[in-house]
Ligand binder design. Structure first.
Ligand code: SF4
Length: 351
């Protein structure tokens, strides 16, 4: 592991002493869903409070949530080999690390991230890369985990080099929460490695404006200066960011850090995380308070990754009432209007 163990807190005693929490409860949750938080993020969370702390402090509600599916996106059945998820025809997710700098309490892969349930080995990675190479339909590979930046620069380069050598792969993406959780991991040496494998995109993950600290923004700048387009995925989380003012500030701060807000995800129905979920109505109302009121650049797609691995769908809100000979809509200010849904000159062909 490239991240020094001393920069991570994994002992429930330490968290409990610091935050005055009941040790038995935290230890019981930790035994099932591991506790880990970078010292950097813990310090930031202690300064800021609940919206950051909730994301990393074990909660007894995690153990009480027993009926929700452990694998809501059916990833295990969509894995032709253990380190690869092949859900969409032209994309695949390559799982290269089971560890992260911090374990988010709402993680969709909570069933296995940070545990021995997730097996990753050189032989399994070989098998996964062979599958990509033998499946020319896959043009976009998302390197994920866990957090891929838990690997050393050399390990990461070994993987990047092999994927880039597959002629049918056009785009490589890396999904990482490292600029948020441990910005010091974004070094010049790392970006000098990454920049050799363009076109390379990085999907970051920020949930709250307070996460865009000077250190996190500097890490984003280092990546952007290497010519790496940056997007951010945000998960809509109860008690963390379920407020239009918080989301607006988050999305503007991301843009200022040269990161395009990409998705706002409705939280998955994943076991141990249900206390974080909002209703979809809440998400639609929040989006309605943003669309039109803030720059279009600051608006991500509000989406649901549908259960059983059936793919993502946009959740709206919906501004159209009718799409017949005329299209009837409501604008962001609440005005109703019409747009002629006819072609000129008039033809039967509706394209
Ligand atoms: S960084 Fe990503 S993979 Fe790791 S625990 Fe958080 S959400 Fe899960």
């Amino acid at each position: 592991m490239v991240v020094p163990a001393s920069s991570l807190v994994t002992d429930p005693h330490e968290i409990c002493d610091l935050l005055k929490l009941p040790y038995e409860q935290v230890a019981a949750v930790h035994a099932r869903y591991p506790l880990r938080v970078s010292r950097y993020f813990l310090e930031l969370a202690c300064q800021y409070g609940a919206p950051l702390l909730k994301q990393i402090v074990p909660d007894i509600l995690e153990l009480q949530d027993t009926e929700t599916p452990a694998d809501p996106l059916n990833e295990e059945n969509l894995s032709p080999t253990p380190c690869l998820i092949h859900k969409y025809p032209d994309r695949a997710v390559l799982l290269v690390s089971r560890e992260c700098a911090s374990y988010c309490r709402f993680c969709t892969r909570k069933r296995k991230v940070g545990t021995s349930e997730m097996s990753i080995s050189p032989a399994l990675l070989d098998e996964a890369i062979r599958y990509i190479s033998n499946t020319p339909a896959i043009v976009d590979v998302l390197i994920s985990g866990g957090d891929p930046l838990m690997l050393s620069d050399q390990q990461l380069e070994h993987i990047l080099k092999r994927i880039r050598s597959i002629a049918t792969v056009r785009i490589i993406r890396i999904g990482t929460r490292m600029p948020c959780m441990l910005p010091a991991r974004i070094t010049n040496a790392l970006v000098n490695t990454l920049r050799k494998y363009h076109p390379l995109y990085i999907n970051l993950h920020f949930n709250h404006p307070a996460e865009l600290s000077p250190e996190a923004c500097a890490a984003c700048t280092t990546l952007a200066d290497a010519g790496i387009p940056l997007g951010s995925q945000t998960v809509l989380l109860r008690g963390v960011n379920d407020s239009a003012a918080v989301l607006k500030e988050l999305f503007y701060r991301l843009l200022a850090a040269r990161v395009k807000p990409y998705y706002l995800f409705q939280a998955d129905q994943s076991r141990g995380t249900s206390h974080f979920r909002t209703s979809i109505n809440t998400g639609q109302e929040l989006m309605q308070q943003l669309i039109g009121h803030v720059s279009g650049m600051a608006i991500p797609t509000y989406a649901l990754d549908t259960p059983d691995g059936n793919g993502k769908i946009p959740l709206g809100p919906n501004y159209l009432h009718e799409v017949e000979e005329q299209c009837v809509f409501t604008t962001y200010t609440g005005n109703r209007g019409v747009y002629p849904n006819t072609l000129w000159p008039d033809t039967a062909d509706k394209r």
